[in-house]
Ligand binder design. Structure first.
Ligand SMILES: [Zn+2]
Length: 267
């Protein structure tokens, strides 16, 4: 396992696929450092950009710096949307700060995440379907309520096409980790950004040198996650690469590898 600062995209945006960029930051949890990804999509036809997720609170300054460096290089582009996979702290950390620096941006969010992301309901208030979730849920860090309701474009199931750039970055409902988790399919490159539907990191980096894919312990509904994982497998004609929010690998997971993981874990 290479150390995070050795990543090509450590704290800066690097093109993974055409018009799909990623920066990874170091997320510290109980003394371990995990990679945490923020994606940036270029829309060449309109020169707009969509950011997918916004990292954890500790990395706000670093993310803003990476963004401003990126827009120095690509000065014809501007940030228009921040698409949120789910409301956990490590995906929503910079939202309020982004609103200060990029006043015109709007947030994209799944309908069932509204109570958590906008109004401050805690994920720990809901009942999970595993014993580990019930025991550990009070230790899972939650995002801060954002408010600013007028800044959100809410995606309802069956109305995903209402997102202006649906034909380029399609929201896909993949609940489980949280009730309204969204994945985003980058149609031109057949890449899907799945947030925390699965991790591609070892849970305890010290003991496991090889990265592994596991359904995260902080997942509210493992049964819903399994349905969502199946849904992704069934989109195999549209997907080549799967990019989890926490991923040690350089080029994500191929759909073939993802399907093997699903076969092993879904029964
Ligand atoms: Zn996460």
């Amino acid at each position: 396992m290479s150390s995070l600062p050795e990543y090509e995209d450590y704290e800066k945006f690097v093109e993974l696929q055409q018009n799909l960029y990623r920066a990874r930051f170091s997320l510290k949890v109980v003394g371990f450092a995990y990679p945490s990804a923020v994606f940036l999509i270029h829309l060449p036809s309109t020169k707009d950009c969509i950011l997918v997720d916004s990292g954890d609170p500790e990395n706000i300054t670093k993310l803003l710096k990476a963004l401003s460096l990126h827009f120095e290089t690509f000065s014809e582009y501007k940030l228009k949307y921040v698409a949120i996979t789910h409301g956990h702290f490590d995906h929503t950390g910079a939202l309020l700060k982004l609103l200060e620096d990029y006043e015109d941006i709007k947030f994209i969010i799944g309908e069932q995440e509204i109570p958590f992301v906008i109004h401050g309901k805690k994920y720990s208030e809901i009942k999970g379907d595993t014993i580990t979730f019930q025991i550990l849920k009070h230790f899972f860090a939650e995002g801060k309520p954002i408010g600013n309701e007028d800044k959100f474009i809410v995606i309802k199931e069956g109305e995903e096409h209402k997102f202006e750039f649906y034909n380029i970055l399609r929201p896909i409902f993949t609940p489980g980790h949280t009730p309204g988790s969204l994945s985003y399919l980058h149609i031109p490159t057949n890449s899907i950004l799945i947030g925390d539907l699965v991790f591609n990191v070892p849970l305890v980096p010290v003991f496991s040198m090889k990265s592994s894919i596991s359904i995260p312990i902080s997942t509210t509904s493992v049964s819903d996650s399994k349905i969502s994982i199946k849904k992704i497998c069934e989109m195999e004609n549209e997907i080549k690469l799967v990019f989890p929010g926490h991923d040690l690998e350089k080029n994500g997971i191929s759909i073939e590898e993802f399907k093997l993981f699903a076969q092993k874990n879904l029964n």
